[in-house]
Design a binder for this molecule. Sequence first.
Ligand code: ATP
Ligand code: MG
Ligand code: MG
Ligand code: MG
Length: 466
Amino acid sequence: PNLSGAQIRQTFLDFYAERGHQVLPSASLVPEDPTVLLTIAGMLPFKPIFLGQRAAEFPRATSSQKCIRTNDIENVGRTARHHTFFEMLGNFSFGDYFKEKAIVWAWELSTEVFKLPPERLVVSVFREDDEAFAIWRDQIGIPEARIKRMDEKDNFWQSGPTGPCGPCSEIYYDFHPERGDDHIDLEDDTRFIEFYNLVFMQYNQDAEGNLTPLSAQNIDTGMGLERMAQILQRVPNNYETDLIFPIIQTAAQIAGLDYSACDEKTKTSLKVIGDHVRAVTHLIADGVNASNLGRGYVLRRLIRRVVRHGRLIGIEQPFITQVAESAIALAEAAYPNLRQREKAIKTELALEESRFLETLERGEKLLADIIAKLPAKGQISGQDAFTLYDTYGFPLELTQEIAEEAGLTVNTDGFEVEMEKQRDRARAAHETIDLTVQGSLDTLAENLHETSFLGYTQPQAEAEVK
Ligand code: ATP
Ligand code: MG
Ligand code: MG
Ligand code: MG
């Protein structure tokens, strides 16, 4: 069925509510857990329960969780399925049902409710998980050729170096079943898309890598809302679903473009804008402000990429609040806090955008001069990249992006050397002034933070500062 994103979300929650799950609202993108920068999965709010640190109020829960994955930022617009911001639908069992029920329900939901043809589905299991393999083959009836055993990298789930973990089993949709079952390669994204991951949480991993069984076995699952929408709405990527496309159309309209007539590069920029604007509206709604540290830096980087991609497609004037309005309008029914925080969102966005536009214009001139002096396939020096970063607010990734467009590279090692020198200078300055000027320490610390850029290289550090 061609369900809207909102209908898919509701259908999922209803399905699990009917099966005894407590429906819970999405938690904030800013996790309660101070060691985690942002909410990256539906399970995060339940981590203390899975670790046995807190008792579960309900044995079963279901939610649609706002997530941000900065590790996928480079994939945005390049793959059909990755966002920074997305919603993860999940069903959870806290020491209640386990593998068999989780698999049977996931299959029932996928094939009977969402009506995906069974012959179009392929599943993966962890290499050693014979139990899951047997359930898929014997109870569900999937042919062995369409049950793939995978290694730790893909099918053993961990939320970090330590913590709850266990084998998982994923469900993929096959866009090209006619290619046959002989050479099934789940990494081939022209054929397959992973949409549902079932984690069978059985262990806790300690700092030495030892696995100990959890006091109770848990289920943690995640289904990408945008991915299910892509499949059911029969569009070529997540971006063209009703969850995101209206935002892209707003941006295209501002640029005077017709999306369907755009080349791939322009479409990618529009997708980046669509993705990032969703991310930044939700981040600000959840209380994040732009800064050079941690979450604030994630926000700043996303806003700057929106502005940068806007310029790539010919938008010279401020435009981000207009696109944000479209994102708010699109999501406010599910997330009323977006409209409640509208003023804060738009004020913050406009401020960051105008700040960045100013420095960007000056930096772009400088970078163009640098590039003009380089030979074809040349390299931008670490020093120049650092000047662009330090003086003009160009994140290294931005310089790299522009360099790439011109067929050039950037000396990132050299950039790191300059960063280190900068940190040394900052430390030295701190000592000197610390001894002589009483009372200006707070101001100084602020200034140092502005330029010391710990946020990106050590994203976890500031979470603790907060
Ligand atoms: P992939 O292999 O495609 O990167 P994943 O294995 O990293 O996905 P999980 O960590 O298993 O993803 O997350 C559970 C589900 O959340 C996925 O099956 C997918 O539907 C969705 N999902 C994960 N990452 C993203 C993303 N960056 N954008 C949109 N949806 C995502
Ligand atoms: Mg991934
Ligand atoms: Mg995967
Ligand atoms: Mg997965």
